[in-house]
Design a protein around this ligand. Structure first.
Ligand code: COA
Length: 332
């Protein structure tokens, strides 16, 4: 019997908006200080998408770069999975808007919402389509404009979030490379600790928010912090075990970029030094599902990744959701 195909990442791309919102600027918006934000989160600045630019434009830009990096054309794409919590429209989906922008005429297209874990969920879905031979080339584009659902009068959340887009092309790769194992999971019963109302809200949702603000992020920061620190280490341990690897076999962990202290806690628990934990949150803040593909593209651009490197990608987020993937890097 022939082995099923293995799925790997054959191209990466990312685009961050040029407009920056620095901690020093935030000092003039809410009662906070650069020192507090740096010490408690590790974030110095975030990128903000201009109001008149649709998110689809940013997403399409990152997608086009990933397709070029993969050495294929948009016409080769069979499926587009877009991950986002801030689509321009509920319909057409972000994936359909990207399809139109990049002219991937043959592609099927849908959105996937697993909040900050969206990219990991999408990798798992893409992997299944590649493994069973249904599709040859799948574009995952993760794009977020969290500034559009952030209350800039709530200092507990507005210092954390930013905008950006990252994309990858997932295709069949030879057996010694590609995705080795993955896990995804959810704890819906704890979903109330991080919410963004969309088409419905109740009195409790209104009470938690500043008056006149509804479709904005509300978060119990310390509950999310505790969940994130634990689940990041546990998911990494689980996916390593599933792939027969130990933390010492790993060249880099690419975690969801939420707070440097969450990454430090998880690294300590896993017995890894911080130089194995890739982080760019100082200059991006938390860009939800876009954070891992943006990091991957940055690391690839900096030539930090070598063919054969073993990587862990791990995320957690609203839902609550979590997931992790081990991958043997297949690009030079
Ligand atoms: N500037 C100054 N002070 C602030 C502040 C800010 N931006 N935000 C909160 N504070 C204050 C609080 O009001 C509180 O003051 P009080 O003691 O007088 O009430 C104090 O700082 C401590 O607040 P606390 O919420 O305990 O701080 P923290 O150390 O837990 O940090 C977060 C807050 C939000 C940075 C942290 O909880 C966090 O990162 N949580 C996870 C968030 C996350 O990852 N979300 C996305 C998941 S995908």
């Amino acid at each position: 019997m022939t082995k099923p195909y293995k799925a790997g990442i054959i191209g990466t791309g990312s685009t961050l908006p040029e407009t920056k919102l620095t901690n020093l600027q935030l000092e003039h918006i809410v009662e906070t200080t650069d020192e507090w934000i740096m010490k408690r989160t590790g974030i110095r600045e975030r990128c903000i998408l201009d109001k008149e630019v649709p998110l689809a434009k940013l997403a399409a830009d990152a997608a086009a770069k990933a397709i070029e990096d993969a050495g294929i054309t948009a016409a080769d794409i069979d499926l587009i999975i877009a991950t986002t919590v801030t689509p321009d429209y509920l319909t057409p989906s972000l994936a359909c808007c990207v399809q139109k922008e990049i002219q991937a005429a043959r592609a099927a297209a849908f959105d996937l919402n697993a909040a900050c874990t969206g990219f990991i969920y999408a990798l798992q879905v893409a992997q299944e389509f590649i493994k069973n031979g249904t599709y040859k080339h799948i574009l995952i584009v993760s794009a977020e404009a969290l500034s559009r659902v952030t209350d800039y009068e709530d200092r507990k959340t507005c210092v954390l979030f930013g905008d950006g887009a990252g994309a990858v092309v997932v295709s069949a790769v030879s057996q010694e490379y590609g995705i080795e194992a993955s896990i995804i999971g959810a704890k819906g019963e704890d979903g109330g600790v991080l919410t963004i109302p969309c088409c419905y809200w109740n009195d409790e949702d209104l009470e938690k928010r500043n008056e006149g603000k509804v479709q904005v992020i509300w978060m119990d920061g310390s509950e999310v912090f505790t969940f994130a620190s634990r689940i990041m280490a546990e998911s990494t341990e689980q996916v390593l075990e599933k792939s027969g690897l130990t933390p010492q076999d790993i060249q880099f962990v690419f975690p969801h970029q939420a707070n440097i202290r969450i990454l430090q806690n998880a690294a300590k628990r896993l017995g890894l030094s911080m130089d194995k934990i890739y982080s760019n949150l100082e200059y991006t803040g938390n860009i939800s599902s876009a954070s891992i593909p943006v990091c991957l593209d940055e690391a690839a651009q900096k030539k930090l990744l070598k063919k054969g490197d073993k990587l862990v990608l791990v995320a957690f987020g609203g839902g609550l959701t979590y997931g992790a993937v081990t991958i043997t890097w297949s690009k030079n």
